[in-house]
Design a protein around this ligand. Structure first.
Ligand code: FBP
Length: 264
């Protein structure tokens, strides 16, 4: 495969597996199986994800051999769960190095509403410049959070996040979905030509998760960057298959229940 031809999307849709939670949340998200990055690379490959998002250390040590074909998004910043009052997350990896490691995209989290938001705006904007010069996609993990944010899940706040990501130059913005299907059209409108994907959030009933994905796409989203709802599932490949059918074949989540009853 010509590695330069790898993309983070397929047919304009994105089904990204996110595995940066070990950094953001710590080992509490893991069990003895999914603590192993190799297990996650297997899910990404066999589950036919369009991309896998990881930090640099995991990319360097695991994105080889049978996993070389998986399009990689390398996260360039990260913070721990200990810093939540007025969060900031600084760049720790360069766009150049991400490119050297074979990434097709780079990811960066912005905490909109934090007193440090300006610092993240400046870093991300420069990252977009560099990424685009090198032919990489720039993906913004946009999380309204901090002392200035009254309700991080309000539609207007999520739409503000979409707007900022677009204005800073993101190709894709990853946002939380608040269940307001009509309101999400406003969110997507604010993102303009920047593609919108949703985060999975903490593990929930698989049907509820798939309905959120379905509704967000109905409202103009193009997919997901999902972590815990996939790799914390007892049946990660089964939920991945259902997800694929919702995103690419636009099947109704209810239609897929017969595939199995196990993936709760
Ligand atoms: P999940 O699908 O597991 O929620 O992952 C999405 C994600 O954006 C991760 O990439 C990131 O680690 C995490 O959510 C951050 O979540 P939060 O800061 O809201 O706990």
């Amino acid at each position: 495969m010509n590695l330069t031809k790898k993309k983070i999307s397929r047919d304009g849709k994105i089904m990204m597996l996110a595995y940066d939670q070990g950094f953001e949340h710590g080992p509490e998200d893991f069990n003895h199986k999914n603590v192993d990055p190799e297990h996650i690379f297997q899910i990404a490959g066999e589950g036919n994800y369009t991309a896998l998002a990881v930090h640099v250390g995991i990319a360097k040590k695991y994105a080889h051999g049978p996993y070389r074909h998986i399009p990689l998004v390398i996260k360039l910043n990260g913070k721990t769960k200990f810093d939540n009052e007025d969060p900031v997350s600084y760049q720790h990896t360069s766009v150049n190095y991400a490119k050297e490691l074979g990434a097709v995209g780079v990811g960066y989290t912005i905490y909109l509403g934090s007193s440090k938001e300006q610092e993240m705006f400046v870093e991300f904007s420069k990252i977009c410049e560099e990424a685009h010069r090198l032919g990489l996609q720039a993906i913004c993990w946009m999380y309204p959070r901090g002392t200035n944010i009254k309700d991080e899940m309000s539609t207007e706040t999520i739409a503000y996040g979409a707007r900022i990501a677009m204005e800073l130059g993101a190709d894709v913005v990853k946002l939380k979905y608040n269940g307001d299907k009509e309101g999400f059209k406003w969110v997507v409108a604010n993102a303009g030509k920047t593609k919108v994907i949703i985060a999975g959030g903490s593990k929930k009933d698989s049907l509820d998760f798939l309905k959120d994905v379905d509704n967000s796409i109905d409202s103009g989203g193009v997919g997901v960057a999902v972590g815990r709802n996939a790799w914390q599932s007892d049946e990660p490949l089964e939920i991945s298959e259902k997800l694929k059918k919702v995103i690419f074949e636009r099947k109704f989540p209810e239609e897929l229940e017969h595939l199995s009853k196990k993936s709760k």
